[in-house]
Design a protein around this ligand. Structure first.
Ligand SMILES: Nc1nc(=O)c2c([nH]1)NC[C@@H]1CN(c3ccc(C(=O)N[C@@H](CCC(=O)O)C(=O)O)cc3)CN21
Ligand SMILES: CC(C)C(=O)C(=O)O
Ligand SMILES: [Mg+2]
Length: 270
């Protein structure tokens, strides 16, 4: 069984690889590629559910996708990304929502978009047996506060705040920390300051691991952030397969004889 200890043990030895996945076939492919951690991100709101932000994603939405991913994963650690307002409002509700991902849906850990308010919540969850991955820097659930998705930790005060919160979440028991869209020198300093692994997205090469959204990596997204890299052309592959299907139906070349069958004993009905 994959555990958070494996992730911690890899830190400082080899880079940790992490990708999102939201559905069964993608989880199978990611797991078979020996990716260490699969994040069922609330980015599912953008990638798969047609929303402009992650804010409308519900616990029910995320739970459904966590179930699909964990049923399709053998080796990777499955982390459930807790949706907007599913944690942090009320401690008991937060723990119930996170606990559901582990008890009912097969996740091994949860990720929380963090601030001062998640320090004590992290401590409580860890005490109860829910491993917590912290997330600092750009936290997309704050889009209405930011007015977009700007880089974070670019001035001294902001950088110090991120380092302090990183330390506080390590002390509270988080097993790892995602750093999003922060300067690479800040990410390097935070990585040096912590014992737990840092996993960067738009945070430079000096984190202990890297994470990206899988749709961006394979080239399925219509749009992706500048810090991501397209390693494939899946959108173009799908477009050309679907164009060919449409042409084949329109021209009558599909279905061919091998795609259909006749019953010899059937008399004409009409
Ligand atoms: N497909 C996808 N990939 C992601 O990485 C991703 C999502 N969706 N959805 C949730 C968040 C949103 N993310 C984003 C979105 C936009 C920027 C971006 O364009 N940043 C601009 C600045 C924009 C601003 O100032 O408002 C930049 O140039 O840094 C960065 C991260 C990362 N996450
Ligand atoms: C990109 C990662 C860190 C994330 O939070 C998500 O996919 O929702
Ligand atoms: Mg997220």
């Amino acid at each position: 069984m994959p555990t958070v200890r494996d992730v911690r043990a890899k830190s400082g030895e080899e880079p940790i690889t992490m990708l999102t996945a939201y559905d069964a076939p993608t989880a199978e492919i990611v797991d078979e590629a020996d990716v260490d951690v699969i994040l069922v991100g609330d980015s599912v709101g953008n990638t798969s559910l047609g929303y402009e932000t992650t804010l409308p994603v519900t616990v029910e939405d995320l739970a459904r996708h966590v179930g699909a991913v964990s049923r399709s994963t053998e080796d990777a650690l499955v982390v459930a990304d807790m949706p907007f307002l599913s944690i942090g409002v009320d401690e008991a509700d937060s723990i119930e929502n996170a606990g559901r991902m582990l008890k009912d849906e097969g996740a091994h850990a949860v990720k929380l978009e963090c601030g001062q308010h998640t320090v004590s919540l992290t401590e409580r969850m860890v005490q109860l047996g829910i491993p917590v991955m912290a997330h600092l820097g750009l936290t997309p659930q704050h889009v209405n506060q930011y007015g977009g998705y700007p880089r974070q930790g670019t001035d001294q005060d902001g950088a110090e705040r991120i380092l302090e919160l990183a330390r506080a979440h390590e002390n509270a028991g988080a097993f790892s920390l995602v750093l999003e869209h922060v300067p690479s020198n800040l990410a390097a300093d935070v990585t040096d300051a912590l014992d737990i692994p840092t996993i960067g997205i738009g945070a430079g090469p000096d984190c202990d691991g890297q994470v990206l959204v899988v749709d961006d990596v394979v080239g399925l997204s219509a749009w992706s952030p500048s810090f991501s890299k397209q390693f494939g052309t899946v959108r173009r592959e799908m477009e050309s397969a679907i164009d060919e299907y449409v042409s084949a139906v329109e021209s009558g070349s599909f279905p061919a004889p091998e795609h259909s069958h006749e019953a010899d004993d059937l008399e004409d009905l009409y």
